[in-house]
Design a protein around this ligand. Structure first.
Ligand SMILES: NC(=O)c1ccc[n+]([C@@H]2O[C@H](COP(=O)([O-])OP(=O)(O)OC[C@H]3O[C@@H](n4cnc5c(N)ncnc54)[C@H](O)[C@@H]3O)[C@@H](O)[C@H]2O)c1
Length: 427
């Protein structure tokens, strides 16, 4: 049984902590640290914690020495490194959200602290734990497509997700959210690339990107500043907050209405009032905000063994989609995460044939809805693997040790640097 303390009792940490409810013989929540009294109270009620088990910050918790085996750190990007290092120094193992650092310097600081303290840090690269990617990794390890020559991945972030998080939301500016669009959203895909090439060093990174749609020049002529207050085009606009959020009042609620999310019986009128507040970025026209993230980016990595990897990221698509296509010396794997199945092609030189194709349907086609913690069931499996790590048990194929996560994050930071400096960067 692992004892764990929640640090940063937001949406993400609570997802992982839920494992203590589904597997109470494996994990027990014995504390919470969060400056927000309402969040501390909600966790204390859910897990039966006393006043003494509630702390106002990660620093206040660290000042008390080691009170449990581990912490689940779900603070925001910028808080990851400053909150984690003192906890490592007190002897906690840490489950830490991604991106685990907001700059190469922070990455090096945390890397040094992990080495110095010898504690175990697992990064929440939940996609590795989704059956889709775990099975692909197993097939690659089993040599089913020979040696990898080329990795192509893509993430399409849907129009309602991109505008919610990266145009109107808390990740809309790097100085607010702490991360670029690539690091906030696609450090998962870069991690998958690094994981598939585990043990092979990247050699160089190139990248192009821009913010070419969610900017003032693209605003429809005659549009207002606030959808529900002054926009004559609101009725016909795809990005109207009425259409994106009020007509879907249960979608992204914890981001759009964070202060109403913990209450039951919230009315639509209350939700609308929040979106009519001109000071709220969710009231604003998507083309007229202060957002500064890119809305598209292409990343290329050349590994030292010649393998090429490319990742395409685009915000504002009709459907959310993650795609992967692996090309090996004897075959290919190709699939779309949301379909929860992929195909393998094997070269077949027999007369009249070109290749054999097999579809792999994931039996455990659970949950893209979030019922098991989201990310195709990855959230819950990751929490289970973290408990196993702390207990010293053997890990799953997906286990995300800190050392493995560093490569994917380094690729991301170098790709952003490549866009800024318009050059290819050596790893
Ligand atoms: N793994 C994934 O796929 C995935 C998906 C979405 C978000 N995330 C990441 O999860 C992280 C958390 O996102 P969220 O939306 O749950 O955040 P959130 O803002 O809801 O929660 C963060 C919490 O940390 C608390 N906090 C701030 N400073 C603190 C401190 N010094 N000590 C303790 N607590 C502190 C805040 O009060 C807040 O309650 C982010 O880094 C985000 O990028 C990961």
């Amino acid at each position: 049984m692992v004892t764990a303390i929640i640090v940063g009792a937001g949406h993400r940490a609570l997802q992982y902590a839920r494992y203590a409810r589904t597997a109470p013989d494996r994990m027990r929540i014995v504390g919470v640290a969060d400056p927000d009294p309402a969040r501390r109270k909600a966790v204390a009620e859910e897990y039966g914690l006393t006043e003494e088990q509630c702390f106002e910050s990660a620093a206040a918790l660290a000042a008390r020495g080691r009170l449990a085996d581990a912490v689940i750190n779900g603070t925001m990007d910028r808080d990851h490194v400053p909150t984690t290092i003192p906890l490592l120094e007190q002897g906690y193992d840490v489950l830490l959200e991604k991106p685990f650092a907001t700059s190469p310097r922070e990455l090096e600081l945390l890397d040094a602290a992990v080495r110095r303290t010898g504690r175990r840090v697992m990064i929440c690269h939940v996609l590795r734990y989704a059956p889709f990617y775990a099975e692909i990794k197993q097939r690659v390890l089993a040599g089913e497509i020979g040696d990898l020559m080329d990795i192509q991945t893509a993430e399409h972030v849907s129009y309602h997700h991109y505008s919610m998080g990266y145009v109107r939301g808390k990740w809309r500016r790097e100085d607010l959210g702490g991360s670029s669009f690539l690091m906030a959203k696609c450090c998962h895909d870069l991690d998958l690339i690094a994981w598939l090439k585990s043990g092979v060093r990247p050699a160089r990174v190139a990248s192009f990107g821009s913010r070419s749609y969610f900017c003032r020049e693209k605003a429809p002529a005659g549009s207002g500043e606030h959808c529900l207050l002054d926009c004559p085009l609101e009725k016909d606009c795809l990005y109207s907050v009425r259409k994106l959020h009020l007509d879907h009042p249960d979608r992204w609620t914890y981001y759009v209405w964070p202060h109403l999310d913990h209450r039951s019986g919230v009315t639509l009128a209350e939700k609308e009032a929040v979106l009519r507040d001109p000071a709220n970025p969710y009231s604003r026209c998507v083309w007229k905000l202060d957002n500064d993230l890119l809305d598209r980016q292409s990343v290329m990595v050349e590994f030292s063994d010649g393998t090429l990897a490319t990742h395409q990221m685009i915000g504002g698509t009709s459907a959310p989609m993650r795609k992967i296509h692996l090309i090996g010396t004897t075959g290919e794997i190709e699939g779309t995460f949301e379909e929860n199945r992929f195909r393998i092609r094997h070269m077949d030189p027999s007369p009249g044939r070109e290749f054999r194709e097999e579809w792999v349907e994931l039996a455990d086609s659970d949950d893209h809805s979030g019922a098991r913690g989201g990310h195709g069931g990855g959230d819950e499996r990751l929490a289970a693997d973290f408990a196993a790590l702390v207990l010293g048990e053997p890990g799953s194929v997906s286990r995300t040790l800190f050392e493995d996560s560093v490569t994917g994050h380094r690729i991301g930071f170098l790709a952003d640097q490549a866009v800024r400096e318009e050059r290819v960067i050596a790893f």
